[in-house]
Each structure stands twice: as C-alpha cells, then as structure tokens.
Write a new protein. Structure first.
Length: 428
C-alpha cells in the first residue's frame, strides 16, 4: 500500500518535483538579466532544463535550446508503437509551448562543435553562439565497432535497433508485420549500462502480445548479455510464463560478437549462432557523439563524469551534462524520468550560480519506470535518491519506492497518466 501511495504521488506531482527541493527561493531573484544558457538537445533532459531555467529565473535568463528534430518524439512508450498498441502520433508532441509560454528560443539545428575556453558553440548552419552556461543533454550513441557487421547491416536497413524513437520505430514495426506466422523475432541486449534497463524486456513483452493475436505460431527470443533480467526480473518472467508460455524464450549471458545481414544471423562469443526472421540488435551504448567529441566522456571514453551537486562536467567548467550520457550514480537508471529529474536539479543550480545564490546542498531525485507486459497490464519500479555531501553522490533512500507486487491494469492507467503528466511537465 505504501508503494502504491508513493507511485500515485509521483505521478500527480508532475514527474519529479522532488528534484526541486529547497530551490523555490531562486525564482524572482535579480541580477542575471543578460545571462545566456545554451542547451544542446531537446529530449527528456534538454527540454526540461530549458523550461525550468526560465521558470526558476522568472524568465530573466536567456535560454536557447538547439534540437535538430522539429517535434518531440518520446522513447518511453515507443515500444507500444512497435507492438501495435499505439501510433507515432500518440508519442509525438510539439515544442511550441516552450517558446510561446516560457520564452525558450528553440533552434532546429545541430551543434557541431564547442569551444569551452571561448564559451562558444558552432551550429551546423554556421552560427556561432556564445554562452555563460552550456547544458548538454545529448542522449546516447552507439559503439558500432563492438559488434562486427552491425553498422553496415543497420545502414542497409536490415538489422535495426529502434532505440531512438522516430522513423526506425516504424521501420521495425513494418518488419514485424511482414514476418510470417511461425517466424522468429530475436532481440539482443548489451551488457549494462544501457538506456532504459527494463526497455528491452518490455519490448519483447508487447511484441509477444501482438504475436499472440496476429501470429500465434511465432516465437520470441530474448538474448541477454547480462547474467539475468536487469530490472523487474521476477515480474517479467512470471508474465512471460503465464501470458505467453513457450512463445517467449529467455537466454542470459549471451554476448554478441557479430551479425550477418545476408542470413539474419547473430554470432556470440561462446554460444551457437542464432538465426531469426526479424533480428533486433541493441548495440553497445555510450554518451552522445558531441559529448565524446568535446572531451566530456571521461569515464573510459564512454560516459561523462559530473559533479552531482549541479551536474557540471568534471572535464570542463560551466558545461553541465544530464540524462543518459552521464556516468550514473549507484542505483540510478538511465531513464527518461531520471533525465527529467536531473534537469530540474541542474536548472535550479544554474539559476542559483548565475544569480549569486547558494546551490541547494541537498537535492533529491525521483524515478518511476513503467513497463507494459501486454496491451493493458503494467509493472513498475520507483525510487527516491538523495545527494549525500560527504560522498558527493546520489544514493537511493532505503525503503523508498520499490516494485509492483503484481502486474495490473490499474497500473496500466497509472502508466498512461505518467506519460501525459511528464510530457506536460517537459513541454507544457
């Protein structure tokens, strides 16, 4: 019952309000009317930080957000488009309110370079933009060289990942629709960390729901590079067994070595090759390309170390990194909700710094991950994270959150509410 109340509270609070603990006094402060913040990326992190810097500064700080896509397309919920339970329109929103209501200057372009010394960024269109603070929310990119043959197979449109919502989401859906009844869909999962820990297992589940109705003789292989399901394992496994029986097969500890697009085959370091009618390979992931190019990916050249008090990069002053690109703290998932929480703490800290105020010394983050196991039933994991100054990091508060007791259609309604609330919080 306590977990249910916490979940309801998190959904009602606009998805992450606890991330603003202690920062309300920043709003309305004077003295930073000419300060400029440049935000790179307009996803769950970038759009949120853009909006909240304007809100918390009483619109006294200039914010430019550079995002190449004309519309916001949500990665969370996109699995349901692949499974046929939702449409692309259901997960697509406009950036218009960020400009009209909050005064964020939204520029549809790409940042191609950053000069941390001069504090300038160069756009693909040729414009050079100066900043006082830069927030980078670049999401993830892929380490293609870790899997032989995958880049060329992906470029040919044969083997997809669909781990960035957009055209590839529908491309994978079309592959599934074209697959014959009695065929095999296989999804491979890289070793953690990767974007959205429960996401691959949710995808397999909603595709199973589609097959159960439309292609009942088909099979799903979940081929995992990890020792076990990385999130909500017992609940997912129970759902697969009870809802889909022998249709779903889970294989742990399979590290992908390469693929062959001609035969739709995936090779592993140890185990036998697997051939599938639809092969959905999730590549090994790292921080977005611009973060790597700028030298911010100082955690094994893969993720970005940050000062968790304000999310400033440890590699460059006045550049802050949020979302999936960072080297996460203990128990911190790479999720959309967490990126939204990062953004609020980061926004409050930036406003405080630019207006000569003390940064909140004890910020908090919240997270909820909702996963569909069929068309209507959902399971969740929720957590609250507090910054501990002596350890200079975030840690999960003991007893906060937890996981679902059972899958339920009630949580399906909560999941729909979560999506609508967080999209409104980010963009409204």
């Amino acid at each position: 019952m306590q977990r249910r109340h916490l979940l309801q509270g998190l959904l009602a609070s606009g998805a992450g309000a606890l991330g603003l603990s202690g920062c309300a006094s920043v709003a309305g402060s004077a003295g930073a009317g000419k300060a400029r913040v440049l935000v790179v990326g307009g996803g769950y992190g970038g759009a949120t930080v853009s909006k909240y810097i304007r809100l918390l500064s009483d619109q006294s700080i200039d914010v430019m957000m550079v995002e190449p896509n004309r519309q916001f397309v949500s990665c969370p919920v996109s699995n349901l488009v692949i499974g046929g339970q939702r449409t692309m329109d259901d997960i697509t929103r406009s950036y218009a309110q960020l400009s009209a209501r909050h005064g964020v200057r939204v520029v549809h372009d790409m940042v191609t370079g950053v000069d941390p010394v001069r504090k300038t960024a160069t756009l693909a269109g040729g414009q050079v933009v100066g900043y006082d603070k830069l927030v980078m929310s670049p999401g993830i990119d892929f380490m293609w060289d870790q899997t032989e043959g995958l880049k060329s197979a992906h470029e040919a449109g044969r083997i997809l990942h669909a781990w960035k919502a957009g055209p590839e989401t529908m491309a994978l859906r079309r592959q599934l629709e074209a697959m014959p009844d009695g065929g095999t869909y296989a999804i491979t999962i890289p070793e953690a960390p990767y974007r959205c820990p429960p996401g691959p297992y949710e995808r397999a589940s909603v595709i199973a729901a589609y097959f159960k109705k439309a292609k009942p003789r088909s099979k799903i292989l979940i081929i995992d590079g990890n020792p076990d399901v990385t999130s909500k394992g017992p609940l997912f496994k129970k759902a697969w067994k009870e809802l889909y029986g022998n249709m779903v097969e889970y294989r742990p500890e399979h590290k992908v070595a390469g693929v062959d697009a001609r035969t739709n085959t995936v090779r592993f370091d140890v185990q036998d090759d697997v051939k599938a009618d639809v092969l959905n390979v999730l590549p090994v992931m790292r921080a977005g390309a611009l973060a790597v190019q700028t030298g911010l990916a100082n955690a094994n050249g893969r993720w970005c170390h940050v000062n968790f008090l304000n999310f400033e990069s440890t590699a460059a002053k006045d550049i802050h990194v949020i979302g999936d690109a960072i080297q996460i703290a203990q128990g911190m998932p790479k999720s959309g909700h967490m990126a939204n929480s990062h953004a609020k703490v980061c926004a409050a800290a930036i406003v405080a710094e630019l207006q000569g105020m003390e940064i909140n010394p004890h910020p908090m983050l919240t997270n909820v991950c909702m996963s569909y196991v069929d068309d209507t039933h959902v399971i969740h994991v929720a957590s609250v994270h507090e910054y501990q100054a002596p350890k200079k990091s975030f840690f999960t508060i003991g007893g906060s959150g937890g996981v679902s007791d059972v899958r339920s259609d009630l949580e399906g309604h909560y999941a729909e509410g979560w999506a609508q609330n967080i999209w409104s919080d980010i963009l409204g």
